[in-house]
Design a protein around this ligand. Structure first.
Ligand code: HXC
Length: 277
């Protein structure tokens, strides 16, 4: 397969400073790498110092200036401190990727109130905290924020009531911010990744029905790559996307087109069926 990054100018983001939450792993690291390879200064934050340090080393091999900071997106003040450090080191952020997420597979009747709240706190509140803490810097740069959403926001999925609710909230939040912050020149969009190979998210979500069942549900017949998502984020956040705001960009190989019915049928075979009264 063509290395998509060879198709993007290595200077596309030479005037950019990108701040990526959850940037140490998975899709978010893929996004950070795409920005690193297109000239941006890259700041990643997350919860685990060791993972961040290793990701930062990885990103430096592309010649990028890289900073990493420990911050939990549930903690607005920690995010504000991470963003202040980024500004000191690299100047105000031009691009924010709100990517940090937490998820697990659980039927709604087995999720505790705290379990539900934890996912809402990480995904939805964490996305708001990120946008809110970055607002002043984004205002200075007429910058752009990209939220990492999920198909669960609009396709009901077994065992995902908590994550679907959180991601649906993110979709609405992004549109509201696009509406309100357009006057400051700030753009806000979401990307909906499909099943992306070699990510913790796919491993967790496909554990029950099996990854082959998931792959067969993708019309294009393959899992996506973190580069597929990174390239879209880099284009959206660049001048190439300068008239796109309030949009939901689906990068899923067609995975959501028929709903997730196939997964639902597989799930029904695993669970006791029917309603008893
Ligand atoms: C039911 C669970 C559970 C499970 C945790 N909980 N795992 N409930 N089934 N498998 C409950 C706990 O019992 C607890 O409730 C509450 O959730 C909080 O759990 P903690 O472990 O204390 O929380 P925390 O340490 O903050 O961890 C957050 C986490 C964890 C989301 C639960 O899995 C995590 O840190 N994940 C980050 C990595 C991750 O999820 N990567 C995949 C992201 S992929 P009680 O009541 O017992 O106190 C992704 C793709 C999204 O997000 C696509 C779909 C939208």
């Amino acid at each position: 397969m063509t290395d998509l990054l060879t198709l993007l100018s290595p200077t596309l983001h030479s005037d950019s400073t990108v701040f990526v939450t959850g940037g140490a792993t998975g899709i978010n690291l893929g996004i950070a790498e795409t920005f690193a390879r297109t000239g941006a200064k890259v700041s990643i934050c997350g919860r685990t110092e060791a993972k961040l340090a290793s990701a930062a080393e990885h990103l430096r091999q592309f010649g990028a200036d890289v900073l990493h900071t420990v911050a939990d997106v549930r903690d607005h003040d920690a995010l504000a401190a991470a963003l202040a450090r980024t500004c000191e080191a690299f100047g105000p952020v031009t691009t924010v990727i709100a990517g940090a997420a937490g998820n697990f597979n659980a039927p709604a009747e087995k999720i505790s109130a705290n379990g539900f709240r934890t996912v809402i706190d990480i995904d939805l509140l964490g996305s708001f905290n990120t946008a809110r803490a970055a607002f002043e810097q984004l205002q200075r740069t007429s910058g752009s924020i990209v939220f990492v959403s999920a198909g669960q926001a609009y396709c009901c999925t077994p065992n995902q009531a908590h994550a679907g609710a959180a991601k649906a909230g993110i979709e609405n939040l992004a549109k509201n911010l696009a509406l309100e912050w357009g006057r400051y020149g700030i753009r806000a969009n979401t990307i909906v990744p499909g099943p992306i190979a070699a990510t913790e998210g796919l491993d967790r979500l496909s554990a029950e029905v099996g990854s082959e069942e998931w792959r067969r549900a993708v019309p294009l017949g393959r899992f996506g790559t973190t580069t597929d998502i990174g390239v879209m984020a880099a284009v959206l956040a660049s001048p190439l996307g300068n008239y796109i705001t309030g949009s939901q960009v689906i990068v899923d190989g067609g995975f959501g087109l028929a709903g997730f019915g196939m997964l639902h049928r597989a799930w029904l075979e695993l669970e006791p069926q029917g309603v008893t009264s």
